[in-house]
Design a protein around this ligand. Structure first.
Ligand code: GLU
Length: 506
């Protein structure tokens, strides 16, 4: 009977999500959705040196933000729980006892020092570290004696001593391993806690997992997993090992080389859609080579056979490209809401809470204390939408819209070879021309019409008017165009800035 489609994402709760794990969970999700199955979140917390406070909550929060939904997990009831390995110790004991009773595993009493000595000797002889199997065939009486004496032990699996182990990966086909290269793997440690290898196989079986999709750093464990399935007489799931994600230099992605934590990308203002789209293409591409894809499109196009086995390269510029694309395709309203926390972080608006926002739609300018309404912020954001790469850039890009007075050198107002007197004169002229536009028809078009007519009538050069005007309005070398900025600033705000600039020049 064909198995139901059931996949799992099985992270250790480290407190943050690695970008490689994001890809793993996404592909698990895509397979589940495209084949119509269930996705399980399983917390593998038995191998951890120390507990990280709140790690599981953080993990659930970031996965939720990404829009990856689970069907079963520690936060959702399900018939295969508990879904946290530290709550399943009794289960692992039962199954390791079963292997002991069947003679497929044994208690190993070799203490740490003996193993350390052995390892050092092996290292000196350039041999791979390997347990010498001293306890593999201890007589029953000896075992009883040691147990009575309260000696500590680990449980190891009796691995085959010779021959080949042939395993099957869905992407790589058959892979051969030599039994002689495999250690008698530890299943249960001396503190009664299972190893990752043991717990994950037992859980995958009991949770009826149909496909295991994980990073290829687990390829070397693959024969050990299969031997465990054989020892139990269980049918293994299908295995898919994803290639590594490398940095541009060809090395491993590491925390030191910049961000690898999805939480850091979130804090920088990357959108979940962009991150998902970006990681989806790290090792997979749809048959039609479409690049920008919504989750629905990815689900529709996803086929396991289109996964690749050559390493993927992490290219941050590509991620920026996707982020810019998704930013441009938001409605201004959506984008503005997304930008609010970043404006608060940049010290432009006062800290706000979503709760207050829903009631008031009004904000306070952190510097001036004046009220700013949502419509104003929306107009500002609309001007930046085209250029914005990440939400965290919004503060610097738009600060000038929120400050009444700002510092800049008078030289900024000069276009090419103009002298100061001419700049001052042109700003005065602009001021007079702008003053004549009725406040009720203050739009970028009417501002443009009025100014262009004025420049033409004066026989002036466009740059000699519009550059000083734009610089006066923004205080910046680069910004959106002067008519757009003037419209958003409003008549009074624009006139003030032009006046301040003219007054700067003697
Ligand atoms: N707990 C393992 C990890 O942290 C899971 C590996 C697997 O998917 O089997 O990566």
């Amino acid at each position: 009977m064909p198995k139901n489609i059931r996949l799992r994402f099985a992270p250790s709760p480290t407190g943050w999500l690695h970008i490689g794990s994001l890809r793993t969970v996404l592909f698990n999700y895509l397979i589940t959705k495209s084949l119509g199955g269930a996705l399980i979140l399983r917390i593998e917390d038995t191998d951890q040196k120390r507990e990280v406070a709140g790690a599981v909550e953080k993990l659930i929060d970031i996965l939720d933000w990404l829009g990856i939904k689970f069907d079963e997990g520690p936060h959702i009831a399900g018939e295969f729980g508990p879904y946290t390995q530290s709550q399943r110790l009794e289960i692992y004991k039962k199954y390791s006892d079963e292997l002991l009773a069947a003679g497929k595993a044994y208690r190993c009493f070799c203490a740490g020092e003996r193993l350390d000595d052995m390892r050092q000797r092996q290292q000196a002889q350039k041999l791979p570290p390997r347990y010498d199997r001293t306890c593999r065939d201890l007589p029953e009486t000896e075992i009883e004696r040691k147990l009575d004496a309260g000696e500590k032990f680990v449980i190891r699996q009796k691995m085959p001593l010779e021959g080949e182990i042939i395993v099957h990966d869905e992407l790589r086909g058959q892979i051969k391993f030599m039994a002689a290269d495999l250690d008698d793997q530890v299943l249960i440690k001396s503190n009664g806690i299972p190893t990752y290898q043991f717990a994950s196989v037992v859980d995958d079986h009991l949770m009826q997992i149909s496909h295991v999709l994980r990073g290829d750093e687990w390829l070397s464990s693959f024969p050990k997993n299969i031997l465990l399935y054989q020892a139990f007489g269980w049918e293994p799931p299908k295995f898919i090992h994803l290639p590594l994600i490398l940095n541009k230099g060809g090395g491993k992605l590491s925390k030191r080389q910049g961000d690898v934590a999805v939480e850091d990308f979130r804090a920088k203002g990357y959108l979940p859609e962009a991150l998902l789209n970006f990681v989806a293409l790290q090792g997979w591409h749809p048959k039609d080579d479409q690049e920008v894809m919504t989750m629905e499109e990815m689900i529709e196009k996803f086929r396991i056979e289109n996964l690749g086995i050559s390493p993927a390269v992490f290219d941050i510029e590509k991620l920026d490209y996707f982020n810019g694309w998704y930013i441009r395709h938001k409605t201004v309203e959506e984008l503005t809401k997304l930008c609010l926390p970043f404006l608060a972080e940049a010290g432009i608006i006062e800290e706000f809470s979503i709760f207050n926002f829903q009631f008031s739609m009004k904000f306070k300018n952190k510097k001036t204390g004046k009220e700013i309404n949502f419509e104003y912020i929306k107009k500002v954001i609309a001007l930046e939408q085209e250029r914005l790469k990440k939400l965290s850039d919004i503060g610097e890009a738009t600060r000038f819209f929120f400050e009444d007075k700002f510092e800049y050198e008078p030289e900024l107002l000069i276009w090419k070879k103009m002298d100061m007197a001419q700049v001052k004169n042109n700003l005065e002229e602009i001021h007079r021309a702008l003053e004549k536009i009725p406040a009720g028809s203050w739009t970028n078009d009417s501002i443009e019409d009025a100014l262009m007519a004025h420049i033409q009538a004066r026989g002036g050069k466009v740059g000699e008017y519009l550059w000083p005007m734009r610089a006066a309005l923004t205080g910046r070398q680069a910004s959106p165009g002067p008519f757009d900025v003037a419209e958003v600033l409003g008549k009074e705000g624009s006139l003030n800035r032009v006046r301040l600039a003219a007054d700067k020049l003697e």
